[in-house]
Write a protein that binds this ligand. Structure first.
Ligand SMILES: [Zn+2]
Length: 287
């Protein structure tokens, strides 16, 4: 290679300068997050012959992303496509960085998949007693729609009729509307009150359409007095052992961990049992 040829292959000073300033067109607080350095990944062989990759530890990844930095990554009105893309990339990186700080380290498996510690999510989902006061504290400051109130009252009326009691709707908490092969459902959590006693309720309502008589049919309405279980929507699960034709009647895969369900033996509620979650279409998400 002669001198001229070597010069042609050498990067120009301008190109070098551009490389030093990646994301230069991103807003500066977003750029600051995007340009934070990542530690070098470390390959770790195991005695079984498999290799995993240590992505980072809390000591090597730098300080956590602060709430102010996270605020700067939120989409704002007027953001152009490019800024929205940078912000989404920044949020993904911020989630990983703060996960490392929360859990101490993060690994990739042999196929490049993140090896995530699901224990906090599992604790939230786990079948346990959740006091009414705890749910009230967790779910607040949101606007209840007329439809949510109507559906909760409809479910409670069915409960009252069946049990010959008179609970009144005290507070609407959470709802999830979803469609799957088996039908069009809403799962709800709300608080009912009778005299001075409050109870946490779960209800399932099926939207049967207008053609065949009543539009909404209450399929299930129970109080969650002893134990209840969160939904598995955010949990990646391998095929459950109790699965039949992709359906696992012991859990709800349509709702998130916040929405509490009765411990199910398959007779409690009809919807949400498709663990592959492929058929779910959410129209309106309130939790
Ligand atoms: Zn559900």
């Amino acid at each position: 290679m002669d001198d001229d040829e070597a010069a042609a292959h050498r990067p120009s000073p301008i190109a070098e300068q551009e490389e030093e300033e990646p994301f230069s067109d991103a807003p500066s607080p977003v750029r600051a997050v995007l340009n934070r350095p990542w530690p070098s990944p470390v390959l770790i062989p195991s005695p079984s012959g498999k290799v995993r990759t240590l992505v980072a530890t809390s000591d090597t990844i730098g300080p956590p992303i602060t709430p102010e930095e996270l605020d700067a990554l939120e989409d704002k009105e007027g953001d152009d496509m490019c800024t929205l893309h940078y912000k989404a990339t920044g949020r993904a990186g911020a989630t990983i960085r703060n996960y490392v700080h929360q859990h101490g380290s993060l690994y990739l498996d042999e196929d490049g998949g993140f090896m995530i510690d699901h224990s906090p999510l599992m604790e939230e989902i786990r079948c346990k007693n959740v006091p009414v006061e705890e749910m009230e504290e967790r779910v607040f400051n949101f606007e209840v729609t007329k439809e949510q109130t109507y559906l909760s009252e409809l479910a409670l009326a069915s409960y009252n009729k069946r049990r010959k009691v008179k609970f009144e709707l005290c507070k609407m908490l959470l709802s999830r509307f979803f469609w799957e092969d088996r039908g069009h459902f809403v799962h709800l959590n709300f608080i009912g009150k009778r005299k001075d006693k409050k109870k946490l309720f779960f209800a399932e309502i099926e939207d049967c359409g207008k053609r065949d008589g009543e539009m909404y049919v209450v399929r299930c309405c129970v109080s969650l007095e002893s134990a209840c279980e969160g939904g598995y929507y955010n949990m990646l699960v391998p095929t459950p052992p109790r699965s039949r034709k992709g359906l696992d009647f012991s859990k709800c895969y349509a709702c998130t961990q916040s929405l509490k369900h009765p411990p199910s033996d398959g007779s409690g509620y009809l919807g949400g049992h498709d663990h592959q979650k492929k058929t779910y279409l959410f129209e309106r998400v309130f939790n």
